[in-house]
Each structure stands twice: as C-alpha cells, then as structure tokens.
Design a protein around this ligand. Structure first.
Ligand code: ZN
Ligand code: ZN
Length: 205
C-alpha cells in the first residue's frame, strides 16, 4: 500500500471509531456522525421513578415485590431488543451516563459502589467487564468509593474479599441487568454485618 493510501486507510478507521458509519445497536447506515440512529435513540427514554414501585420498580398497582434480596432495585429502560444491543462496549460510557442520571432521579443515599464479581477464569476469557466500567465511571463522577466486597470462588459461589465488617452501609450494586447470583451474593455480604444493597440496572431483561 502506498503511504498516502495507508494514511487515508488509517484515517478512515479512526473516523469509524469516533463517528461510526453504522448504528451501534441496529447497524443501520448513518448519514450523520452519531453512535445510534434516530429509531434506536427513541428507545432510550429513562423510566420515571415516580411511576414505579419504590422497592422493586414494578408497577404502582398491587403486585408481588420481587427483588432478589435487594433493599431496592431500579432500571433505566424497559427491556427491548434495541436496549439489549446496547451492551456493546463502545456504548458503555453512554449507558453509564444514564445510570448516573437515573441514580440522581432516585435520590438514593450510597456509601459504596460495587459489583457482583465474575469468576477469574471468565474474566480472563473476556477482560472487558461492563459492570466494572459502570462502577468505576459512577465512582469517579460522584466521588463515592468503589469497592469489591466479594470474590467469586466459582460461577455461583462467593466469599468475602476482605474482613470488612458492615455497620449499616448502603451499597450500590451496578449491572446491565439483574443476575441470578444476586441473592447468593447478598447473603454473603450480609454475613459481614448489616448492610442494604441497592441494585441499579440498565434494563430488567
Ligand atoms: Zn439503530
Ligand atoms: Zn414492588
């Protein structure tokens, strides 16, 4: 390749990175430099906390409050295939901003930001962990300490990460969606003393 061609090739790749030519969620071609097409962007309307159950974020009408041992849980968006496609690592910062705004709307008091740990082998296979990215981003923006309280001893089992003893702290647990491991993780956390775990997720799916 001639050096001019190489340069224009690199330039094009760089532009693709900054201004993707296709919507990151649905892959529709984009005519203007944005990450998402108009249709996908229209799905990204933050859910309004006052329209939902304060504890499980379910409907305001009588319902069974299901929240996997969490003191409270809340979501940013209704589940949809578009929201599912937003899990792309390139959109992590955008999603983290929505978590930040939703947390502000919720007005939750938080002492620590944390995540449910991935088993080391799983993390080795895919080193980018979106939940950790969310936690780091919110910790930085809100000046709230981010801390790991658990380590994964298997895919489903956890052990305390340190000898930290809780005395009523509120822990903000961040993730793309609720996990089957949440109840188990909370049991291990509560063995370390009284604490309240608040789960904030991108979507309920
Ligand atoms: Zn799209
Ligand atoms: Zn409820």
């Amino acid at each position: 390749m001639a050096s001019g061609m190489i340069r224009s090739f690199l330039y094009k790749n760089l532009l693709d990175l900054i201004f993707p030519s296709h919507c990151l969620a649905c892959e529709e071609a984009l005519s203007i430099p944005v990450a998402l097409c108009k249709e996908c962007l229209s799905h990204m309307t933050l859910l309004e906390p006052s329209f939902h159950c304060l504890r499980c974020f379910g409907p305001k009408t009588p319902h069974e409050c299901k929240r996997k041992g969490l003191a409270r849980q809340a979501f940013c968006f209704d589940h949809s295939p578009i929201i599912e496609a937003l899990k792309a690592p390139e959109l992590s910062k955008t999603l983290a901003s929505y978590l930040l705004v939703q947390l502000e709307q919720l007005g939750w008091a938080v002492d620590f930001i944390t995540t449910i740990p991935e088993h080391p082998l799983r993390q080795f296979a895919s080193p980018f962990v979106q939940d950790k990215f969310f936690a780091d981003h919110l910790a930085k923006e809100l000046f709230i300490p981010r801390r790991d309280f658990l380590r994964a001893v298997s895919d489903e089992e956890f052990a305390p990460y340190s000898s930290y003893e809780f005395t009523g702290e509120h822990l903000l647990l961040l993730s793309f969606r609720p996990s089957n491991k949440t109840r188990r993780a909370i049991q291990v956390l509560q063995n370390q003393g009284p604490c309240k775990v608040l789960g904030l997720y991108i979507t309920s799916g």
